[in-house]
Design a protein around this ligand. Structure first.
Ligand SMILES: *Cc1c(COP(=O)(O)O)cnc(C)c1O
Length: 357
């Protein structure tokens, strides 16, 4: 289907930020995509307008009950052809609908979703930064707008896409991080919303993050919410562990976010013949492997940083230094392969790269 979203161009274009000093997620482009939903009418009036504040009723349900979801993906310029391209946007559309289902937000046609992402990126394509390790971060999100203080699914919503020219998520790039294994707070329980990409999962994670930072750590390694035994996620990214020659990541059983980068890592590693398993991994197994010298590498995966190596892990009073605090070979291989594919430097073996037009 051919989607044609009307475009109202800004008459007041903003000055673009310095591409060499670009932070993550602080600047926004000139335009945004907006679409409305009303019960009985469905999604309608998808359009591109100048980036501007929203006017909402103070009783809108998003403010009171957190009925909202979001996604994150990036646009890149192909280093060979100059074409603007996306990485697996169909996966974000599918995940949006899984999140929506969990939160009783109406489904969105996945083709329309990807067409909307392409349309807004195309309008603001001159905002895609070109410096190394920069990209245009794309943030689609949905908010419940019905003014109502009772509890039921909202009858009106807005679907919005904003764009943020961004530098590396971690200012130190591929510098390994220090993690604290959280053993008081939890972020997700079986049957909860751990696998949905919604703001509530983030609000409840802040306290543990702040405490870890006060103790001198960058991020948290979350344990499962039932026994506080099995490793789940690093902050807001997926976690991978290398023990001997086995690469392990937590299984998708409802408590972790099914990361698209996680899925890409698994597929790249399998295609290269690595022994990668999605299985429960206890913190005790990690500590024992560390004592035997077999816990050789750890990294996190997510759209924002792609791969973030971990140099140190602290569980209660056990301090583990991983790979002498340096990035390991598997993290480096995945970063080079996935980032290389995204910018067209590495052949797109899996058909993951989608041109904007
Ligand atoms: C978005 C997110 C991830 C990473 O998913 P990607 O699709 O790889 O960006 C991991 N964990 C949480 C909690 C997330 O919200």
């Amino acid at each position: 289907m051919n989607y044609n979203f009307p475009v109202t161009r800004t008459t007041n274009p903003k000055q673009k930020p310095d591409p060499d000093k670009l932070p993550f997620g602080r600047y926004y482009t000139d335009h945004m995509f907006i679409m409305e939903y009303e019960e009985g009418k469905g999604w309608y009036d998808g359009r591109i307008v100048p980036y501007a504040p929203l006017e909402l009723d103070p009783a809108a349900m998003v403010f009171h009950y957190g009925i909202e979801m979001f996604e994150g993906l990036k646009a890149y310029t192909n280093v060979n052809t100059g074409a603007v391209q996306l990485f697996r946007p169909d996966m974000n559309a599918k995940r949006t609908n899984r999140t929506n289902d969990r939160l009783c937000i109406p489904q969105i046609d996945e083709e329309l979703y990807v067409a909307a992402v392409k349309a807004i990126v195309d309008v603001d394509a001159d905002w895609i930064p070109q410096a190394k390790d920069t990209s245009l971060y794309i943030r689609p999100f949905i908010i419940a707008t019905e003014p109502y203080l009772g509890i039921h699914p909202s009858v009106t919503y807005k679907f919005i896409i904003i764009l943020s020219p961004s530098g590396p998520y971690y200012p130190n790039g591929l510098e390994p991080t220090k993690l604290y294994v959280e053993d008081t707070y939890t972020r997700a329980a079986l049957g909860g919303t751990g696998e949905a990409k919604c703001g509530g999962n983030y609000a409840c994670s802040l306290k543990a993050q702040v405490i870890a930072e006060e103790k001198g750590y960058d991020q948290i390694l979350w344990l499962d919410g039932m026994e506080q035994k099995y490793v789940e996620e690093v902050g807001t990214s997926n976690a991978f562990f290398v023990i001997g020659d086995e690469i392990i990541t937590a299984p998708l059983r409802g408590t972790i976010l099914p990361g698209i980068t996680r899925d890409s890592c698994i597929k790249v590693l399998k295609s290269k013949g690595y022994n990668v398993n999605e299985r429960l991994l206890s913190i005790q197994e990690i500590c024992a492997a560390y004592d035997k010298g077999e816990f050789v590498e750890m990294f996190a995966s997510g759209t924002a940083a792609i791969i973030s190596p971990v140099g140190e892990l602290c569980y209660k009073d056990k301090q583990m230094i991983i790979n002498e605090g340096k990035i390991g070979p598997i993290a480096q291989l995945l970063y080079d392969t996935i980032y290389g594919t995204q910018i067209g430097k590495v052949e797109d073996e899996f058909g993951w790269v989608i041109p904007v037009k």
